[in-house]
Design a protein around this ligand. Structure first.
Ligand code: HEM
Length: 495
């Protein structure tokens, strides 16, 4: 066909036509917007920027903010993605304009598994499905202990076992603190979801915890907005992500099957039982199960690595700030003593420790918001963000704002203490759990876990660098969240 066409026109005309055609195609496909941002190529958008950023997304996004201002855009293929920085802009977008900016992009997150296409849970759903799932999960978490004494005790038990794991190192270097933390944190979610905890050497449980970590560390979902040929060209580790997802699904499937065998509608033990109790016989059971997988998966995925990673950052920061660690220890020694576990309910009597937790969360900065999606044109920070744009709040821009937190990279728990009363203040200057209707529903659980685990570690150990010459990195590596680079430490028993 092409040969016939070419043979019937002269070659020069054909070449001119081809060049003009390609030029017009490029012009049409080059994305443009009034919102500032780097030049976007046809088809690829700002892929070259993403490639340059790699896993240094946290540092590089701060740089893009400096270069383009508090509202800037990148193109993933031809899909525009706007990043919002600064407290006022983020508040304006996610609280004042919540009605327009609380959706998630559709389609990007579809996961095909051997059990079928997962039904939407909380993180990835919109509208009535999202509202229903969110309400169900928060209510179930409350019913099974969140914010209550019972869960506080489960978490304290986990903290005790973690301390035993760490004591077993006998002051020798610990290279895998993040893995130890993940097991403890994941176990708490396991208790809420499946009704029981696992031994710390349970191989099946350890493997699923690793798979959850993989879901968060492989390159982000964002690449799915690219044309398929570009995804193939650059390699997006989709295979690795799918394998990890299947492993987690297999684990969840096994636990659900166990629950079905022992289910008693008069004795609901956990989230899975609560779900089973809501499946009426006439309902499409397969669909309902795929829906349950997704909710359970999200609880695990969103609840494990986020909390464990924040704790890993906190420990990294106090290795570099031994004076802060010592002050926490002295307060604990004076107020709680050294003979009993620290509980979350102790926090009101431990203001320095509580302020330290806030300060360390400010610097940990593991997450931006998950991707939101505009359902209408909306004016934020002087720019019109068009309908159907992916929008993300860059939360570190709030926490590292020198106007709010002078010398932001310095660890100063005093920022969160009232000089006169010594009470904790300024909590609302932080937003590590985001804000607005999509705010993290696991906030209370995460705070309880972090306070209990961190407090008990500081009570029982002096955490220090293996060698005073060890140079610690605070730059972080970003997959779906930002991790500290691997580091080692020593834990010297306090008594
Ligand atoms: C330190 C620990 C944690 C941090 C820093 C954190 C942070 C976040 C952030 C920034 C979001 C995105 C909100 C948005 O898109 O605007 C989020 C959403 C979410 N988080 Fe967390 N999270 C943590 C722990 C947890 C825990 C323990 C759970 C549950 C067990 C959990 C479950 C969720 C869920 C289900 C969502 C989606 C909410 C929705 O789309 O409506 N998170 N979290």
């Amino acid at each position: 066909m092409c040969a016939f066409f070419v043979s019937n026109i002269d070659l020069t005309t054909f070449l001119v036509f081809t060049v003009v055609f390609l030029f017009v195609l490029c012009v049409i496909s080059t994305p443009r917007s009034d919102i500032p941002g780097p030049f976007a190529l046809p088809f690829f958008g700002n892929l070259y920027v993403l490639a340059r950023i790699g896993n240094r997304r946290y540092r590089e996004t701060l740089r893009l903010q400096k270069q383009y201002g508090d509202i800037f855009r990148l193109y993933i293929g031809k899909q525009m993605m706007v990043t919002i920085c600064g407290y006022e802009n983020i508040h304006d977008a996610f609280v004042k304009h919540a009605a327009v900016l609380s959706n998630r992009p559709e389609g990007l997150f579809k996961s095909q598994t051997k059990y079928g296409n997962l039904e939407p849970g909380i993180i990835l759903s919109n509208g009535e499905v999202w509202r229903k799932n969110r309400r169900f999960t928060i209510q179930t978490m409350r019913d099974f202990g969140m914010g209550k004494k019972s869960l506080e005790v489960v978490i304290a038990e986990e903290a005790k076992l973690l301390c035993a794991d760490i004591a077993a190192f006998n002051g020798k270097p610990i290279e895998n603190i993040k893995d130890l933390l993940s097991v403890s944190v994941s176990n708490t979610v396991h208790s809420v979801v499946f009704g029981y905890r696992c031994e710390h050497d349970d191989q099946e449980f350890l493997a699923v915890t690793k798979s959850i970590e993989t879901l968060f560390t492989v390159p982000s979902f964002l690449y799915r907005a690219l044309p398929i040929f570009v995804q193939r060209l650059i390699g997006t580790a989709e295979g690795e992500r799918e394998k990890a997802l299947e492993d987690v699904m297999n684990y969840v499937q096994k636990r659900i099957a166990e629950h079905e065998q022992t289910f008693d509608k008069n004795n609901l033990r956990d989230l899975v039982d609560r779900f089973l109790s809501t499946i009426p016989p006439e309902e499409d059971t397969k669909k309902k199960f795929l829906h349950m997988y997704q909710v359970v998966l999200e609880m695990f995925a969103a609840g494990t690595d986020t909390t464990a990673t924040t704790l890993a950052w906190m420990i990294l920061y106090i290795l570099e700030n031994p004076d802060v660690q010592e002050k926490c220890y002295q307060e604990i020694k004076k107020v709680v003593g050294l003979n009993r576990c620290i509980l979350y309910s102790d926090r009101n009597n431990l203001p320095y420790l509580e302020a330290t937790m806030l300060e360390l969360q400010r610097c940990a900065n593991i997450a931006s918001s998950f991707m939101h999606y505009s359902t209408e044109d909306v004016l934020i920070g002087g720019y019109v963000i068009p309908k159907n744009t992916m929008v993300s709040a860059f939360l570190p821009s709030v926490h590292l704002d020198p106007e709010r937190f002078p010398e932001p990279m310095k660890i100063r728990p005093e920022r969160f203490l009232d000089e006169k009363s010594g009470k904790v203040v300024n909590r609302d200057m932080l937003m590590p759990f985001s804000i607005g209707p999509r705010i993290c529903p696991g906030e209370t659980l995460a705070k309880t876990e972090m306070f209990t685990i961190f407090g008990n570690l500081v009570q029982k150990f002096k955490l220090c660098k293996v060698s005073p010459d060890d140079v610690l990195s605070f730059e972080g590596l970003t997959g779906s969240i930002t991790y500290p680079e691997p580091y080692r430490l020593r834990a010297e028993a306090r008594n």
